[in-house]
Design a binder for this molecule. Sequence first.
Ligand code: URA
Length: 214
Amino acid sequence: MAKKPAPDETAAPLVPRAGGVDALREAAAGCRACELWERGTQTVFGAGPQGARIVFVGEQPGNEEDLAGAPFVGPSGKLLDQGLEAAGIDRSLAYVTNVVKHFKWEPRGKRRIHAKPNAREIAACRPWLDAELAAVKPLAVVCLGATAAQALLGRGFRVTQSRGELLERTGLAPWVMATVHPSSVLRAPDDESRRRERARFFEDLAKLAPLVRR
Ligand code: URA
């Protein structure tokens, strides 16, 4: 039986000091700093070029990402890609990652249903995200949804109030923005609200275009 992680254990001792994102990804593959590794198929580390200008941070991999071993390859990732294309932002300028690198899920019949990561799981995984930001050094960090926004900008941050605002002097990157998670757009209750939420999400992403074209 694998040893249970201590309640205050984090990934920090596993983080390599050199070697960039590839070394981080390799080390994170064996991460057991919280118990989620037992539930997920594999660690889903960030993806994209080390020299990316924008880092998008989501909550955690979903079902498809867990199986594929890559972030934002499912429906949320497709909507993000469409938003980047609409904004004229080259996808190769973006690195995508998550606050938590294992899929947390609960069984419902034969399906695996997303479960929200808790504060302990987020804290255990945080050293990976900090190391990714330090390695990529993006011009802009974009938090997708409340979990990412509150992890990076503080528990009091409200995406509903401050979405789309370009923030400076956060200590994370020259620019930081939070917007909704693309899954919330996909979950909008009817066609009309889905169209509206998609347009608002795309408008937020469009604000990044002038920054990365500089
Ligand atoms: N949702 C996320 O937050 N991240 C992913 O990688 C996929 C869906």
